[in-house]
Design a binder for this molecule. Structure first.
Ligand SMILES: NC(=O)c1ccc[n+]([C@@H]2O[C@H](COP(=O)([O-])OP(=O)(O)OC[C@H]3O[C@@H](n4cnc5c(N)ncnc54)[C@H](OP(=O)(O)O)[C@@H]3O)[C@@H](O)[C@H]2O)c1
Length: 207
């Protein structure tokens, strides 16, 4: 038992998700930012890797809405910056997952989990009523979800107006390396050119 999992990323024309200064939040259109908010609105929980959380200084909140999704951050090393703005911003309950065998000091009020990404998804569904979980990256975490075949919906903003380059720049499945254990097939469910970009949605095809 796990939640329905959706992901959302913006990619450059050369398939990268990160700029040279690792600060990608300002490079897409305001329509793309609205789309991000719409995905958050439909989620019971938001999930990001610590790299993205750190780079974007994101508070993981939904604008103009009382109901706030849980805010979940995944780390192997457990080094969560206590001065990160998320901890000082009202919003959904904070759940931090540490997959490594380390002690992590976290601010009061946040819940700490130890275990795998797979078991964390189950815990969120079983103990916290999470039916829809939305992952905002980054590539390493989405690769882990892909390895588990745990992505049900894959949303992309194709931002063909930008080229980033970068041999070690992350892609939607992380820094280029080994193939996935198996290719995953998705069917196109949404195609919306807008504001010089193209919003795409895919649904996992399961036998
Ligand atoms: N264009 C977009 O839409 C978009 C979206 C998201 C992110 N980004 C950008 O992408 C860059 C980050 O990419 P990334 O691939 O490095 O991101 P990431 O997955 O957010 O961060 C990697 C870190 O997250 C933790 N992590 C990820 N997967 C894990 C797993 N399966 N188990 C345990 N810990 C895990 C680890 O943290 P620890 O180091 O703490 O162990 C790892 O070092 C940033 O520049 C960000 O701004 C762009």
């Amino acid at each position: 038992m796990r939640p329905f999992v959706s992901t959302n990323l913006a990619i450059s024309a050369d398939g990268k998700i990160s700029t040279v200064d690792r600060h990608p939040s300002g490079w897409t259109s305001s329509a793309d930012h609205e789309r991000l908010q719409a995905f958050r609105r439909g989620a019971d929980a938001l999930l990001v890797g610590r790299g993205t959380w750190e780079a974007d200084r994101m508070t993981m909140t939904v604008r103009d809405q009382d109901r706030q999704p849980l805010r979940c951050v995944v780390s192997h090393g457990g080094n969560f910056d206590p001065s990160h703005p998320m901890f000082a911003t009202p919003g959904g309950k904070i759940h931090l997952l540490v997959t490594g065998n380390v002690d992590a000091a976290i601010p009061s009020g946040a819940h700490l989990h130890h275990g795998s990404v797979a078991s964390f998804l189950e815990t969120l569904a079983r103990d916290h009523g999470v039916q829809r979980l939305h992952c905002e990256g980054g590539g390493s975490l989405i690769r882990a979800l892909a390895e588990l075949d745990a992505i049900d919906e894959f949303h992309l903003t194709w931002a063909g107006h930008s080229l980033f380059g970068g041999k070690s720049a992350p892609t939607p499945t992380g820094i280029p390396g080994a193939f996935l254990p198996a290719s995953l097939a998705f069917e196109l469910t949404g195609f919306e050119p807008a504001a010089g970009e193209c919003f795409l949605s895919y649904r996992r095809k399961r036998a």
